[in-house]
Ligand binder design. Structure first.
Ligand SMILES: Nc1ncnc2c1ncn2[C@@H]1O[C@H](COP(=O)(O)OP(=O)(O)OP(=O)(O)O)[C@@H](O)[C@H]1O
Ligand SMILES: [Mg+2]
Length: 429
């Protein structure tokens, strides 16, 4: 009896030691994302008693990719998960927080039909999928394969779950750290760029005003000459001069327009933070100026009917209308505007979703930078503006574009106030 007890104490001790060791190892990989994933794969293999382990991660573009795996050369590391290799099944798993999916008959189970080749090659007898979550958001999946007749024991399952929690926290914190670091760098760059650009924009505007003034006077003079009938200038030369002056005038006006746009963009002041109800704000905005007759639906989180938050109404209105204008310009036939409360993160998410032309992948990386446009008459300042407003509220904006394009604005819930407003949760306009 005492022997058994001692054995179990020893086992517990060794399990705790393993976990501490894993945590320590993960701490040493801070700042090196790939190394962190490789350590997780290695520790997962050890803890689970599995024969193969692979780590599939979700990236910022919402793609699933194999990022690490053991044995080293037995996984297509770097490979994107597509429909042919189980994307539908894996996406279903990734949505199921904290639940393990165990496939005990991979030869016949249709869910893993895409793995049949591997199952045969390696003699895989069971596969276990563990979704990884950080702050309620899915971040990836750990996949464990067993070869031969051995099954995953109850003990192994417990260890796998614990390891999954450790891995999720480590990866989630690392991704957050990377994002924060990137944000600091971008903010600093934008601040410096902003300071210089506004000085340069003023200089350019002054010169443009002079050029515009002279080209206007030149056009007036040429017009007078062409009408006078006594002009000393040859009529063909007059035509050429008129054409040239017209081009200078037109281009100057175009440049003036852009520079004025930039100066307006630069002159945005600090937001005037006042108490508003976000659901009511969204309803009001769309009722006051509907989106050009395009079918627009509001899907509002009912919890937000009873909460007020603080934001600058005018500024958020500019954002909303810029995003709607972009959707219209992308030939959307329907637009959905959603609000969602994330109580745990103390955040509110506003999504603007549209169909129509998708965003071209070439500009995706720089989409929020000034002057990125695919339109003949676009300035490429709309989204830069929107991002700057959202950031001035302490929030963030992201985008995905596939069959639908979705802009997601995250606003912090600095403060919440009770609201008497008890509107509907879903409202079709
Ligand atoms: N909802 C959308 N659907 C498809 N493409 C979009 C959408 N929103 C933006 N885009 C793409 O992103 C580019 C940049 O948008 P942004 O609003 O910054 O500038 P713009 O619309 O081109 O010009 P501006 O807003 O200054 O008049 C657009 O040219 C377009 O290609
Ligand atoms: Mg725009």
């Amino acid at each position: 009896m005492i022997g058994e007890k001692n054995q179990s104490v020893e086992k517990n001790k060794s399990e705790i030691k393993d976990l501490v060791e894993t945590a320590e190892l993960l701490l040493t990989t801070r700042g090196d994302y790939q190394k962190m994933l490789d350590v997780i794969a290695l520790r997962a293999l050890k803890a689970s008693g599995a024969d193969r382990v692979c780590l599939i991660m979700k990236n910022e573009r919402d793609e699933l990719k194999i990022e690490s795996g053991l044995p080293k050369d037995a996984h297509g590391i770097g490979q994107k998960i597509t429909i042919d290799i189980g994307e539908t099944f894996l996406r279903r798993i990734i949505k199921r927080e904290e639940s393990i999916v165990l496939v005990t008959n991979p030869y016949e189970d249709p869910r893993v039909a895409y793995m049949r080749g591997l199952v045969r090659t390696y003699g895989i007898s069971s596969i276990l999928f563990l979704p990884l979550f950080f702050e309620d958001e899915p971040i990836g999946i750990l996949v464990f394969d067993r070869i031969g007749s051995e099954r995953f024991s109850r003990e192994a399952l417990e260890k796998i779950k614990l390891l999954g929690r450790l891995a999720s926290t480590a990866i989630g914190m690392e991704l957050k750290r990377q994002k924060d670091r990137q944000k600091i760098l971008t903010d600093e760059k934008l601040r410096t760029l902003g300071e210089h650009s506004s000085r340069i924009a003023h200089i350019i505007r002054n010169s443009l005003t002079i050029i515009g003034g002279f080209s206007g006077r030149l056009l007036k003079y040429l017009l007078k000459e062409s009408r006078s009938g006594e002009s000393k200038i040859d009529s063909r030369l007059l035509d050429t001069l008129w054409g040239t002056a017209k081009i200078i005038d037109g281009e100057t006006k175009k440049l003036e327009g852009i520079v004025n746009h930039i100066l307006t963009f630069m002159s945005f002041k600090k937001p005037v933070m006042e108490k508003h109800n976000i659901n009511k704000f969204l309803k009001d905005e769309l009722t006051l100026s509907p989106a050009n007759g395009i079918k627009t639906r509001l899907k509002l989180d009912k919890q937000l009917d009873r909460l007020n938050m603080i934001f600058d109404r005018k500024m958020l209105s500019i954002c909303l209308h810029d995003l709607i204008r972009n959707a219209i310009e992308a030939s959307a036939t329907r637009i959905i505007i959603k609000s969602k409360l994330k109580p745990r993160q103390k955040e509110v998410i506003i999504s603007i979703i549209n169909d129509g032309k998708r965003i071209s992948p070439e500009i995706m990386k720089d989409l929020f930078s000034p002057f990125v446009t695919t339109k003949m008459d676009g300035n490429g300042l709309g989204l830069a503006n929107v991002q700057s407003i959202v950031k001035s509220h302490g929030g963030d904006i992201s985008v995905t574009s596939d069959v639908l394009t979705e802009f997601k604005i995250i606003l912090p819930l600095h403060k919440t106030f009770g609201s008497k407003n008890n509107g509907e949760s879903e409202n079709s306009l």
